[in-house]
Design a protein around this ligand. Structure first.
Ligand code: TXA
Ligand code: MG
Length: 311
């Protein structure tokens, strides 16, 4: 495995790896991804194995240009075009009817496919050079913290990866927003880099709410997720002398001061949880952000990080 600065030779080599069925770590604006050819069932199965991810948890397919949409989606409603025009390239994933060229291994057995165009220039160039749709889940072990820089990647993942492209820290730091467009009413399956208000403004009518049975429709919605080793406990005010993510002045070295603004907080969250994890005995206290719309994606990840493991 080699860590490469993204020179054009490195990108060529990573693209060749993807074309020949290998796995590459690719930076995106949201989190680092474990990338392979989305149309190669064997490569996709390898990605599932590396992550230890259940086969029914579908991957997101990354394309470099809207013209590639017809290779991965059977059809798309006018709303998909409107959302794509407004938010692509960027942290928005659209769930659409699957095209037969995308194997069911990629979509976890579903007849739908999740697609996005990332905005990170290295990801875009890599997908262009690979000349195929690229499946990429976050480059963490199943249920672990998504890496927002190369240092966060678990050595257990690196072992099976041929190339890691260093794109520096991820600008957004939380995963893309996943929007399901396969039902009459569009729904947010996972809040993320594009806010509900931004999507709502384009959709022009209320987004659907999630039925309680939804956990199976997007397995990333499972309760326990994005979790460090230590238990995460949400509190109003973190106790002194304990590992914690706090707002305001820090009173001791176990406390990590977090930004007061949601997108800056989101960009720091996973790295901060990992840093807190290395200092924690068994618990990380996290001071709860406001329960307001602009904190939705951050609060979603904190809820999942703090969920009880037996869920
Ligand atoms: O920002 C991101 O989306 C990152 C970067 C690397 O692009 N990728 C990412 O992938 O977060 P992953 O595999 O960690 O999360 C994919 C999410 C999961 O919650 C999965 O259940 C959902 O997307 N998903 C994928 N395909 C789906 C489908 N056909 N229907 C419903 N949900 C789907
Ligand atoms: Mg993930």
């Amino acid at each position: 495995m080699s860590v490469l600065k993204p020179s054009s030779a490195a990108l060529q080599s990573a693209a060749a790896t993807i074309r020949s069925g290998g796995v590459v770590i690719m930076p995106t604006e949201t989190v680092y991804g474990l990338a392979c050819n989305a149309t190669d069932a064997e490569a996709v199965q390898h990605v599932f194995e590396i992550k230890g991810r259940p086969a029914d948890n579908p991957l997101i397919v990354h394309i470099a240009d809207v013209s590639q949409l017809k290779q991965v989606a059977e059809s798309w409603p006018p709303l998909a075009e409107k959302l794509a025009e407004r938010f692509w390239p960027g942290p928005l994933t659209l769930v659409l009817p699957r095209h037969p060229s995308v194997p069911k291994e990629t979509t976890g057995g579903l007849d739908t496919v999740a697609v996005r165009i990332p905005s990170h220039p290295i990801a875009l160039e890599l997908i262009r050079l690979a000349d195929c749709p690229v499946a990429a889940p976050s480059a963490n072990l199943f249920m672990g913290l998504s890496p927002t820089n190369l240092n966060m990647i678990d050595p257990a993942i690196e072992i099976d990866v041929e190339v890691m492209l260093d794109g520096g820290p991820c600008e957004i730091g939380l995963e893309s927003t996943v929007v399901d467009l396969t039902d009459e009413t569009p729904r947010i399956l996972r809040p993320g880099g594009v806010s509900r208000a931004q999507i709502q403004a384009v959709v022009g009518r209320p987004l659907g709410s999630l039925p309680p049975s939804f956990v199976r429709k997007s397995p990333g919605m499972m309760h326990r997720h994005y979790a460090p080793d230590a238990r995460v406990v949400l509190v109003d005010e973190a106790p002194d002398g304990e590992a914690a993510l706090v707002f305001g002045e820090t009173s001791n070295s176990l406390h990590i001061r977090m930004p007061n603004e949601p997108s800056a907080y989101g960009a720091r969250l996973y790295a901060a949880l990992q840093a807190a994890d290395s200092r924690a005995d068994s618990v990380i206290f996290v001071e709860q952000p406001p329960d307001s719309a602009d904190w939705e994606a951050v609060n979603d990840r904190l809820q999942k990080a703090s969920a009880e493991p037996e869920f």
